[in-house]
Design a binder for this molecule. Structure first.
Ligand code: PGA
Length: 260
């Protein structure tokens, strides 16, 4: 069975002090977990080293929210994959809808970022998802197909072990409007079928597909129980340690059931 991932995207929230408090509290709670699922937090890039150092003894991974696809150079304000290596960071989020829509990142740029991360042996959480108007027009599968086809261009079958896909319908991000478990499952099944067609059934069976968009303790059980949902990418509800821990605990119960 695929190991679920319960990941948190903090976006541009938290001070350094709040970041430190979160990981101190996490450390105190960790003994209560079964460690069944993988945990992963994307703090603001500025706090990556602190988060890595604070979690060295903990079973939680730390990633950056974005990178640039060049290794080094005159790119003011950017960070690169080799820089992640230099601080021992193994994970990066790519193609989040806020990067796509606020910062106008294209599928082609997202593809270059994925290839740069693969080249530098990083693990990638690659976000895709349709806007509300696209869903209303019945274009969801077409949008996902394009995002997958361009985003994963030139990614080889063997490299897919480094790629996790996060399905995040744009209309559900930060809006409180979660996709129903059925809507999410349908999109996840479509993505898994896409992986089977464009790679093979082994890649499709092994690749973890996370759901993101207003996930919270009150709705995560029904979502995580779905066959093709292998975890969650959580924004708002990952900021408060109590909410994040509640979701982890629920996810452990679901994982236990899925294993049976
Ligand atoms: P949300 O954000 O959980 O606050 O909707 C999800 C995300 O942006 O990854």
């Amino acid at each position: 069975m695929r190991r679920m991932i319960i990941s948190g995207n903090w976006k541009m929230y938290k001070t350094l002090e709040e970041t430190i408090t979160f990981f101190e509290e996490f450390s105190a709670w960790e003994k209560d977990f079964s460690h069944k699922n993988q945990l992963l937090i994307f703090p603001p890039n500025l706090y990556t080293i602190t988060a890595l150092e604070m979690t060295r003894e903990n079973d939680i991974d730390i990633g950056v929210q974005n990178i640039y696809f060049k290794d080094f150079g005159a790119y003011t304000g950017e960070i690169s994959s080799p820089m992640l290596t230099s601080i021992g960071c193994k994970y990066a989020l790519v193609g989040h809808s806020e990067r796509r829509h606020i910062f106008h990142e294209t599928d082609e740029e997202i593809n270059l970022k994925i290839l740069a991360l693969i080249e530098n042996r990083k693990h990638i959480v690659f976000c895709i998802g349709e806007k509300e108007s696209q869903r209303d027009e019945g274009l969801t599968e077409q949008v996902l197909d394009t995002q997958l086809a361009i985003g994963l261009q030139d990614v080889h079958e063997k490299d897919m072990q480094h790629v996790v896909i996060a399905y995040e319908p744009v209309w559900a991000i930060g809006t409180g409007k979660t996709a129903t478990p059925e809507i999410a499952q349908d999109a996840h099944a479509f993505i898994r079928k896409w992986l089977s067609t464009h790679f093979n059934s082994s890649v499709a069976n092994k690749t973890r597909i996370l759901y993101g968009g207003s996930v919270k303790a009150a709705n995560c059980k029904e979502l995580l129980e779905k066959q093709d949902i292998d975890g969650a990418l959580i924004g708002g509800a990952s900021l408060k340690i109590k909410d994040y821990i509640e979701i982890i605990k629920i996810s452990e119960e679901v994982a236990q059931k899925k294993d049976q």
